[in-house]
Design a protein around this ligand. Structure first.
Ligand SMILES: Nc1ncnc2c1ncn2[C@@H]1O[C@H](COP(=O)(O)OP(=O)(O)OP(=O)(O)O)[C@@H](O)[C@H]1O
Ligand SMILES: [Mg+2]
Length: 226
């Protein structure tokens, strides 16, 4: 059973008004747990837009996004966003003056989820999952390299144990070796922990390392609603 499903999904910026800019149309696709997906496509094809539909940040103007067989637009999207789905951004969105541990615990607090162990203990375990040892816990974000910051961003996402992980160009700023290391973390999260991992990428290497590739073809230039 698919964890996320696109049912005839379309999206126009500024809704259904005349001259609205149609970015996505008629998308049907299923995303399963245990699988790493890459979403590829030219710049402007609508990849980030699709990710924001999958993350519940925006609702489609046509069709439905189904999560666990339920229409996402009918669910509490705050709960969905803070508990079921973890989003990793290219720019990490970490708070630079706080420490690694503070950044992770902040997002655990924000999720309002009940944790069965002290948050600090879970946070340290998540660091271990992304191959950062405990000595990183009290370092400030601004003292870390790009690859280390990306690991912290992933650890932060994992801290509330989401079933789905969405990442927008997570390796865009990283060298090839670091890119491979980050990809092996994502692969482990899907294959060993049965999460659904969806990565937007321009990188052919990242696409090659994922299990399935979903290529987004751009709509015809100037496509208008109706
Ligand atoms: N807030 C917005 N209002 C209007 N149009 C937008 C908005 N955001 C994006 N667009 C347009 O929608 C189209 C798709 O944008 P999107 O950011 O989803 O593309 P992308 O595939 O992620 O591109 P890139 O690879 O460059 O990140 C683009 O033509 C963009 O100009
Ligand atoms: Mg984008």
């Amino acid at each position: 059973m698919a964890i996320l499903e696109l049912q005839n999904v379309g999206y126009s910026y500024s809704g259904n008004v005349k001259n609205a800019k149609k970015v996505l149309s008629g998308l049907n696709y299923e995303f399963d747990k245990g699988v790493v997906y890459s979403i590829t496509g030219r710049s402007g094809a609508g990849k980030t837009t699709l990710l924001s539909l999958l993350s519940g940040l925006t609702t489609p103007t046509e069709g439905k996004v189904m999560f666990d067989e339920k229409d996402l637009s009918t669910l509490d999207r705050y709960d969905y966003r803070s508990q079921q789905v973890g989003v990793v951004f290219q720019q990490f969105n970490l708070l630079p003056h706080l420490t690694v541990l503070e950044n992770i615990i902040l997002s655990m607090d924000a999720s309002k989820k009940k944790f069965d162990r002290p948050k600090k203990e879970i946070a340290l375990e998540m660091l271990n999952e992304v191959d950062l040892d405990e000595s990183y816990a009290n370092k400030r974000i601004l003292k870390l390299s790009g690859g280390e910051q990306q690991r912290v961003a992933i650890a932060r996402t994992l801290s509330f144990d989401p079933e789905v992980i969405l990442a927008d160009e997570p390796t865009g700023n990283l060298d090839l070796t670091t890119q491979d290391e980050i990809m092996s973390i994502f692969t482990k999260l899907a294959h060993e922990e049965n999460r659904c991992v969806i990565i937007v990428t321009h990188s052919p290497e990242v696409a090659k390392l994922s299990d399935k590739v979903f290529n987004l073809a751009p709509l015809k230039k100037g496509a208008k609603v109706r």
